[in-house]
Design a protein around this ligand. Sequence first.
Ligand code: SF4
Ligand SMILES: [Zn+2]
Length: 144
Amino acid sequence: MTNSWALRAPCHGIGAFAPNEDAWSTQADLLRMCQGLLGTCGPCPFRAECIATIKPVQAMFDGIAGGRLWCNGVVIAALEDVSDAELAEPKLRASCGTEAGARDHNRHGERACAACRQVARQVTARRKEEKARQPGQLALDIAV
Ligand code: SF4
Ligand SMILES: [Zn+2]
């Protein structure tokens, strides 16, 4: 990263944010090597710039960018306070507007599109309803 903000980023000068491919082979290796460094992104004000520059999804990036640990362009760990607003606009897919589409955005570490966000809200509401019905169902089962 040679942008001027990168020179002011907390990770400036730390080399282990994108480990050499020869140094690891599994997702577990990557987690072991990088998870401890994620906290460096905590106070970083440049997460969005970082993600926009590295383009982790398109680049199938392995390493830390924007408060997230990526493996093959997919988020495998993240700081608790990461926000979707830090991610680039979502890619639209044929699956958008379905549960699979919502899952696809999630898997690619990107912000869900409006249609997928709507589906995700409906799924959450349905699950809540189902959960709320369960105790009654249980009582009925026991009574029978
Ligand atoms: S978000 Fe993390 S990896 Fe990106 S510039 Fe900031 S400290 Fe570095
Ligand atoms: Zn979508």
